[in-house]
Design a protein around this ligand. Structure first.
Ligand code: FES
Length: 341
C-alpha cells in the first residue's frame, strides 16, 4: 500500500518498498542526499508525524538514540503510514524544491576505452537525454547479481545524451573485474538510474564566483571535470586550483583536456600529483599527497570553496586541510567513493 510523504509542503506518493528519498527524488522534489547507501548521513530527516521502518539503516549512521529522538535516514526508511519529515542537516532549507527527477535510464554502451592503468572510460548512449547537475552520479545495476554501483558523471549538463563514466578496476570486484573489465561490450544494454547526489555547484544566481580548489583521487577526477567546466562557463576568469592525485604517472589521464583548460584560462592551475613515484623528467607533475601540497601551496583559503572526490582517507584529509586553511565548512563539498566495488 502506498503512503504519502511530505517535506516543506511538498507531498509525494511513496510505494511500499520505496525509500522516502527515492520517492521525493523521482517526483522531482529535492532532498539532501549523497551516498544513497546509508553511510554518509546526508539524508537524515526528522519524522514530524507518522511512522517509518528504518530497514537497513546502519547503527553507525543512525544511532538508537537518534531513532528514539525521531530521526531517520531517508535513503533507507520505508513508510508505515503517511508521514511528514524535515531534513535535519545543513542543506535542509532547500528540501522540497524542484530538481531534476531521478529516473530509470535506458542506456547502451557506445564506447569503452582503456585510458590509464586499470582505468576505463565507458560511454553510455541514452534513449532520452538526462537532466542533471554537473558533478552528480548515476547508479548501474550489475547484471546477474542485481548489485548497484555508483559512478560519477564527467559530463557538463548540456552534454546530456551520452554519459561518460570513469571506472577503476577493483581486484575481485563484482562490478569491475567481473563485468566492466571482463564482458561488458559496445552494444550492451545497461540498467541505470540517475541523477543522484549533492556534489554540484549552487544555481548560477547564488554562485558567488569564489576561488575554487578541487582535489580528485584517481577516478575522483570525473565529477571535477564537469564541475570545473561548468564553473568556467559561468565565469571564465574564476581562480581554480585542481589537483589530480594518483599513484604513478601511468594512472594519470585526460591531461590533454586539463592542459587545454589551463592554456586557455591563465587563472586555472592544474597539478598532477604522484604519491608513489618521482615525476618523470620534463613533466610538471609533483610528488606527495595532494592534500599536503594544498597546505604547502595555499596560505589562506578563506572565502574559497573546496571540492573533494576520492577514497575516504583522502576526502577526510582534504576536509581537515581545507579547515586548517580557514575554508568555511558550508563551502566544502565532498563525494566519497564507496569502498566495495
Ligand atoms: Fe542516506 Fe547517505 S545515508 S544519502
Amino acid at each position: 500500500m502506498a503512503f504519502t510523504a511530505t517535506v516543506s509542503g511538498r507531498r509525494v506518493a511513496c510505494g511500499p518498498d520505496q525509500s522516502v528519498l527515492d520517492a521525493f527524488l523521482r517526483a522531482g522534489a529535492w532532498m539532501p542526499n549523497s551516498c544513497n547507501q546509508g553511510t554518509c548521513g546526508t539524508c537524515k530527516v526528522r519524522v514530524l508525524s507518522g511512522e517509518v521502518d528504518h530497514r537497513d539503516s546502519p547503527l553507525g549512521t543512525l544511532t538508537e538514540d537518534e531513532r528514539a529522538a525521531g530521526l531517520a535516514l531517508a535513503c533507507q526508511a520505508r513508510l508505515r503510514s503517511d508521514a511528514e519529515v524535515a531534513p535535519s542537516g545543513p542543506g535542509g532549507g532547500s528540501a522540497g524544491r524542484r530538481t531534476h527527477p531521478l529516473r530509470d535510464l535506458d542506456a547502451v554502451v557506445v564506447d569503452i576505452e582503456d585510458m590509464a592503468r586499470d582505468t576505463r572510460r565507458v560511454r553510455l548512449d541514452l534513449a532520452e537525454p538526462l537532466a542533471f547537475h554537473a558533478g552528480q552520479y548515476v547508479e548501474l545495476t550489475v547484471p546477474g547479481s542485481g548489485a548497484r554501483r555508483q559512478y560519477s558523471l564527467a559530463n557538463v549538463a548540456d552534454d546530456d545524451q551520452v554519459l561518460e563514466l570513469h571506472v577503476r578496476l577493483v581486484p575481485g570486484g563484482a562490478a569491475t573485474e567481473r563485468w566492466i573489465f571482463d564482458g561488458l561490450a559496445v552494444g550492451d544494454r545497461v540498467r541505470a538510474a540517475g541523477p543522484l547526489g549533492d556534489f554540484f555547484l549552487d544555481p548560477e544566481d547564488d554562485d558567488g564566483g569564489e576561488p575554487m580548489v578541487l582535489i580528485g583521487g584517481g577516478t575522483g577526477l570525473a565529477p571535477l571535470l564537469g564541475v570545473v567546466r561548468t564553473a568556467l562557463a559561468r565565469r571564465p576568469g574564476r581562480e581554480i586550483l585542481l589537483y589530480h592525485g594518483v599513484r604513478g604517472a601511468a594512472d594519470l589521464y585526460d591531461l590533454d583536456l586539463l592542459t587545454r583548460l589551463s592554456e586557455t584560462h591563465p587563472n586555472v592551475n592544474v597539478v598532477p600529483v604522484l604519491s608513489h613515484e618521482s615525476p618523470p623528467d620534463g613533466t610538471f607533475y609533483r610528488t606527495g599527497l595532494p592534500t599536503d601540497l594544498f597546505l604547502d601551496d595555499v596560505g589562506s583559503a578563506r572565502g574559497w570553496s573546496g571540492w573533494l572526490c576520492g577514497p575516504p582517507g583522502m576526502v577526510e584529509a582534504g576536509v581537515r586541510a581545507f579547515k586548517r586553511r580557514r575554508m568555511a565548512p558550508r563551502l566544502i563539498h565532498r563525494e566519497t567513493f564507496t569502498p566495495a566495488h
